[in-house]
Design a protein around this ligand. Structure first.
Ligand code: LLP
Length: 433
């Protein structure tokens, strides 16, 4: 599903022209599509329907409370990794019985809030954390449903080193060989109900084979724990399902992953195990775009440099992970069609700028959205869309160089609503006493 489309050469979100939104709300601007969010959530639900997992949207991918509320109203649970995300989840109206809490460094205060609220599941990442959680559970006289996040010693070769989490060198999870001992120690514990496993391999993951291999390892572990008399009734198999940043990604990555995963989990389903999935970007990435304005087109020594009014403080993925985002003017010839096809050679006019760098205003050489990218010719003041910015863009944005963060707009049909106002200069110093 994609509501971002060009009609007669102008980019639209649903029925609203993007340039009109910029005139109304200013630049740079995040524009999200409500329909995209809802349909992508539905696609995940359909893909995993045979094992009917609890779908806990990963808040870190896109944290605006209005967007979380939208998904919660559609029946989603939430995956949180901090006290702040837990707070957002509650503000969004999430039912704690549909919240899972992950994270490698949960503080006493964070665990305490989760226990007080009775969140569905707390996934711990070390024996130290498990002992801390036990102390808090005892203080509150509660028996807390707990999972162990395992480190399966498995790396997906297509995932960026900075976002791969399943390898033995990563800080995440408990090495799988230590898991049975932890279960043994906490079996029948009065305050810890150790009954779940959690595995998240990293993201984005574009092949299903690594999920299958991880689940086989999990499966063996579950059987080992069961043979020791441990009871496991929940498996949280994480997120990381790839979004379609461009056409190089096959259209059926989600369905291929879900088919392989559901097949692998079928025996556990028959045994009564309940599943949790934590998708983030596959729901949010293509549900939002960033729109910026060309400030200058300058000639460098060897190339043309297009300077935008938005930079790495708003979208850090290109410089942090070498991530590719499609970048294209919001007005382009008389083009009709999907934004992912706009880069096609035959759509270009003769005045393409070849190999330009698209950069921001931040005082760092790493401040770019694309290097050596082919763009149609652009002019000063023209608006440029950066696609697939619904995930890990605004949620990772900062005020670096004292640049206020952009507004966020939600579009539904022919209506738009400001879901986060543009920050002002006074916001920059508001907390500095
Ligand atoms: N579950 C856990 C435990 C996670 O750590 C994550 C992401 C997810 C679920 C959701 O992953 P998703 O489905 O959104 O791929 N900033 C990086 C991504 C970091 C992901 C961190 N964990 C990026 O921009 O690609």
């Amino acid at each position: 599903m994609d509501t971002f489309r060009y009609r007669a050469g102008k980019l639209y979100c649903d029925d609203l022209e993007i340039d009109g939104l910029i005139s109304q709300f200013g630049s740079p601007l995040f524009v999200y599509s409500q329909n995209n969010f809802v349909e992508n959530l539905e696609a995940v639900r359909t893909a995993f329907q045979p094992i009917a997992p609890m779908i806990c949207f990963s808040v870190k991918s896109c944290s605006n409370v209005n967007l979380l509320r939208l998904l919660v109203e559609q029946g989603a649970g939430l995956d949180v990794v901090s006290g702040g995300e837990l707070y957002r989840a509650l503000q969004a109206g999430a039912d704690p019985s549909k919240i899972v809490f992950a994270g490698v460094g949960k503080s006493v205060e964070e665990l305490e809030s989760a226990v007080e609220l009775d969140v569905f599941l707390i996934n711990v990442e070390s024996e130290d954390e498990l002992r801390r959680l036990r102390g808090i559970a005892e203080k509150h006289q509660k028996r807390v449903k707990t999972g162990i996040r395992i480190n399966p010693d498995l790396v997906d070769s297509t995932t960026h080193a900075k976002t791969a989490t399943g390898g033995r060198a990563s800080k995440f999870g408990v090495p799988s060989i230590h898991v049975p001992v932890m279960f043994e120690k906490f079996r029948n514990d009065r305050y810890i109900n150790l009954s779940a496993l959690h595995v998240h391999l990293g993201s984005p993951i574009s092949t299903e084979t690594v999920y299958v291999e991880a689940l086989r390892r999990v499966y063996n572990l579950i059987r080992e724990v069961q043979s020791m008399g441990g009871r496991l009734d929940t498996l949280d198999f994480g997120g990381g399902f790839a979004a379609h940043y461009d056409r190089s990604m096959p259209a059926d990555t989600l369905s291929r992953a879900s088919t392989a995963i559901t097949r692998e989990l079928e025996p556990l389903r028959r045994d009564g195990v309940r599943f949790i999935v934590e998708p983030g970007r596959v729901i949010s990435a293509n549900s939002g775009i960033l729109v910026a304005t060309v400030e200058y087109i300058k000639r460098g020594w060897d190339k043309t440099i297009v300077v935008l009014d938005a930079g790495m403080n708003i979208l850090i993925r290109p410089t942090l992970y070498g991530a590719k985002h499609i970048i294209w003017p919001t007005c382009f010839q008389n083009y009709y069609g999907h934004w992912q096809d706009v880069e096609n050679e035959n759509q270009r006019d003769g005045s393409a700028l070849s190999g330009v760098d698209v950069v921001g205003p931040i005082c760092e050489t790493g401040d770019y959205f694309a290097l050596n990218r082919v763009l149609p010719s652009v002019k000063q003041g023209q608006h440029i869309a950066v696609f697939s910015c619904g995930a890990y863009a605004m949620s990772m944005a900062s005020q670096y160089n004292s640049r206020p963060r952009p507004a966020e707009i939600l579009v539904t049909g022919s209506k738009s609503a400001v879901i986060r106002r543009r920050e002002s200069y006074s916001d920059l110093v508001a907390l500095e006493l």
